[in-house]
Ligand binder design. Structure first.
Ligand SMILES: Cc1cc2nc3c(=O)[nH]c(=O)nc-3n(C[C@H](O)[C@H](O)[C@H](O)COP(=O)(O)OP(=O)(O)OC[C@H]3O[C@@H](n4cnc5c(N)ncnc54)[C@H](O)[C@@H]3O)c2cc1C
Length: 478
């Protein structure tokens, strides 16, 4: 489809159909505008797509898999997604963490139940989590919005002081034993930052709070079910989506009052003929990308034979044997090296959702962090790490599909060098992404906005960047 074939006139055009692009389009369509989404790929959803990667009947999540941020998203909560087919699955244990002695600990929704398994750190865990969880609903919208004056300054400050710390400082301040330290590190390492870096606690805190508030759910039939429900609602509102439509030049974008880009700075800079100012171009080109990921999907003959019952009952399993090993793994990938014993995120959705594999068989999804742009094949080191917690795992593999950082970027150009968060989420780019600006969504062109995970609040399937950008654009132009 070319621009010349698009005869209709639109108020707003959105480039990219990731969760953020669709959210921006829904918000504007709800406001009565006529909107169009243009997507490069043949399938919508960006990094949230599910499909067959290994064998017939096995449904894999090609990108994101576990969606607590979707379930808790203040914008998604306002949408009737269940009416459009979305069903949630809540594993009993949000996430498990393997330990040095082949045992594991789990994060349950109940704080006391989690704390009770943490030995000497029982009280410290409760002291850390109880106030944060009770206050979360007062500050979640502030945290998921561009940096500004919070509506609840005191509660925000109480969270912010802890979130800004390196995860290492936080665990050493609160905990005495490695069980609690490892459990927190497993969640904090989602940041893709070295755990000694400022703000690496923020991911650990937000993800643990979400586990205690709602668990870590995922959609039945695969992560793409959220995209399907968002798009079904969008189309009912009268919105239009064209796939197989790559925007390479400003001329490819049909004339419209506003344009929102679900792109990272690097793609925006590549679009020919965009009249971005030189100063803005220079600032965008300084935006940095974080570590990448190496991902594996397996079709399995049996459930993963974890030694620990806790790992068998958890939706997500963080694999790493001791806090030191996890810390080392994350430090190495950021430094440009591959850890021999990497920290791994693993999900086995078919345990909870029989639609994901033929009867009696299973699908599993895992990745580890690697240097940005790495083409190193991590299959062996990932499978060896899992085998330690689940002897016999390798024997049950029927087929695997792997993606290194280059292959991820081919799958979706927003995954620059395999970075799944749309850019590094360190202290300099956590709130002020992609550049420090009162409204980070505005570009130097009056009617063009960025709305991807490269804008606040960053990575994850929550749609909040799209929602925030669309709100700003609507306020500015209508
Ligand atoms: C392997 C992996 C695992 C992940 N796991 C999780 C998880 O479990 N939970 C979670 O919450 N998050 C997870 N994430 C992160 C999450 O998927 C992303 O943060 C989120 O999808 C970002 O959404 P977005 O709308 O900003 O961009 P994207 O989803 O990247 O969408 C951008 C879209 O723009 C399109 N596009 C790009 N250039 C053009 C162009 N020139 N013209 C037209 N279209 C274009 C792309 O094709 C793509 O469809 C994971 C990501 C990956 C890759």
């Amino acid at each position: 489809m070319g621009k010349d074939k698009i005869k209709e006139k639109y108020d707003a055009v959105i480039v990219g159909s990731g969760a953020n692009g669709i959210s921006a389009a829904i918000y504007l369509q709800q406001k009565g505008l006529k909107t169009l989404i243009l997507e490069k790929n043949s399938e919508p959803g960006g990094a949230t797509r599910s499909g067959q990667l290994t064998l017939p009947g096995f449904v894999h999540d090609i990108g994101s898999a576990v969606l607590p941020m979707s379930y808790s998203s203040p914008f998604f909560k306002t949408l009737p997604l269940e009416k459009y087919g979305l069903e949630w699955i809540f594993p009993e244990i949000a996430f498990a963490q393997t330990l040095e002695d082949a045992e594991a600990v789990g994060c349950y929704q109940d704080i006391s139940k989690t704390a009770a398994t943490l030995g000497k750190d029982k009280e410290a865990y409760e002291d850390l989590m109880n106030p944060l969880v009770s206050n979360w609903t007062k500050i979640d919208e502030d945290i998921l919005s561009p940096f500004g004056i919070p509506s609840q300054p005191l509660q925000f400050l109480k969270f912010g002081i802890k979130a800004i710390l390196p995860a290492k400082t936080l665990i050493n301040h609160y905990f005495k034993e490695d069980k609690a330290k490892s459990l927190f590190y497993g969640a904090a390492a989602h940041s893709t930052l070295p755990l000694t870096n400022l703000a690496s606690s923020s991911f650990g805190l937000v993800l643990s709070i979400m586990a205690h508030i709602n668990g870590w759910p995922f959609p039945k039939h695969g992560a793409s079910a959220i995209i399907k429900s968002l798009l079904a609602y969008y189309k009912d509102l009268g919105g239009t989506l064209y796939c197989n439509y790559t925007v390479k030049d400003a001329k490819d974008i049909p004339n419209s009052k506003i344009q929102l880009m679900d792109l990272t700075p690097r793609q925006l800079l590549k679009i020919e003929g965009l009249n971005l100012s030189n100063t803005y171009r220079k600032r965008l080109s300084k935006f940095t990308y974080g570590s990448g990921v190496f991902k594996i999907d397996w079709a399995l003959n049996d459930p993963i034979p974890f030694n620990s019952d806790i790992c068998r009952r958890a939706g997500t399993v963080h694999i790493g044997y001791g806090s030191e090993e996890i810390e080392h793994s994350e430090a190495l990938s950021a430094k440009g090296e591959i850890a021999k014993n990497p920290y791994i995120l693993l999900v086995q959705p078919s345990i909870f959702d029989s639609s994901r594999a033929p009867e009696g068989k299973h699908t599993a999804w895992a990745y580890c962090h690697v240097p940005n742009g790495s083409t190193f094949d991590c299959t062996e080191i990932i499978e060896d790490q899992i085998e330690k917690a689940a002897p016999g795992f390798k024997k049950s593999i029927l087929k695997r599909a792997t993606m290194n950082t280059r292959e991820l970027e081919i799958f979706n150009p927003n995954l620059v060098g395999g970075d799944i968060n749309g850019g590094k989420q360190d202290i300099t780019q956590l709130f002020t992404r992609p550049v420090a600006k009162i409204s980070p969504y505005k570009t130097s062109i009056d009617n063009i906005y960025l709305c991807s995970s490269s804008t606040p609040p960053g990575g994850g399937v929550h749609g909040m960047a799209g929602f925030n950008a669309a709100k700003q654009a609507f306020q500015d132009h209508f």
